[in-house]
Ligand binder design. Sequence first.
Ligand SMILES: [Zn+2]
Length: 122
Amino acid sequence: MKRFFFKSAKINEFRLWGLVFTMVGMGIMILGTAGILLWGQAGKIFAAIFMVLGMISLLVSVAVYFWAGMLSTSATMLTCPECNRQTKMLGTTDRCMFCRTMLTFDPSQANAHPAKQQQANT
Ligand SMILES: [Zn+2]
């Protein structure tokens, strides 16, 4: 499954990106503030630019969180066959949020996972 950037559920992936943008935004803002301490008056321009960049990054993170929220409302709730916990699926193929088992509604992809194959035999 190459289309998964991280080996996790899509919703978790969105949350991770949201967190990344929040951290980056905060980091940039802190760096900008540090500029004032380092260069005084000249650092203020530097700080202002970094503040704007930080704000953009934070806005992106909010957008990502919002998007994840929108997607999760359209997600399919199901009980994972591996860990028996309630998980959410996006699209026809996704990973379990807890045990990261590949779950699919697509019959052509079903049982492609070696662990699933083994389970089917037992
Ligand atoms: Zn599971």
